[in-house]
Design a protein around this ligand. Sequence first.
Ligand code: ZN
Length: 296
Amino acid sequence: MWFRKRKYTVLKPPVERRVEIPDGLWHKCGECLAITLAKDFEANQKVCPKCGHHEQMNSSERIISTFDPDSFEEDNEHVKPADPLKFFDSKKYSDRLVIYQKKTGMNDAIVTGTALCGGYRVAAGVMEFEFVGGSMGSVVGEKMTRLMERAIKERLPVIVICASGGARMQEGILSLMQMAKTAMACARLHKERIPYFTVLTHPTTAGVMASFASLGDMVIAEPNALIGFAGPRVIQQTINQVLPKGFQKSEFVKEHGFIDIVLERKDLRPTLINLLSFFAPWAKVSESGEKKAESA
Ligand SMILES: [Zn+2]
């Protein structure tokens, strides 16, 4: 007989020998898919050691990596968002806010206060992308403005770390008005000759980019961050042309003059300290900040 039915043995996986890997032990890079130990990845400030991809950081991680240890003092934490339009889409805006507040432990998409950076006392604002995409509503606008007013009063240089998808559409015109309000505050800062540095992280777009993010005396960006007003897809559809390579990425935007420096995350803090020593020498209050940070 030419054809004979073959018998296959089914191999069973050796269940008892399988190694259980606990969750969160490894990190897979979103860009090059390389797998690294989560603890090494965290120690590298969430930058992939293989390809240099800068993963998003939340506001507390930003505060830790940018400012001197335990130096950040929050202000205006009581400012809470309202729902003046009684807006709803698939959910009520007021319900959405509660969900994000629980998720992030914050009232809205920005945390402001004072901090030390290499021993220099600064007014600091850090945006939280996890909170409704870091969108700017009345609270972000109000807290940014109060931060700048405080900076003028106390003559503190200002550092703002941005991460935002733009204006908070659920607050309608009120969110758009924050662009004018924060831009006015930036103008007053400029008039008072207070140095103002902005750090644009992935992504910084739309209403935030078109107001306080791009108005820094020194505009710094992280590598390969999406920076622009309307998204690339919208622009492509509008002008009906293929967009150039790297369009709206930090390096491209820098080449076209909108950004002053593109910095890797590890160089951010030392550069800020350098800028502060040059532009705001009067703000130095302690020597210990730098030493403490280096020994940490
Ligand atoms: Zn990678």
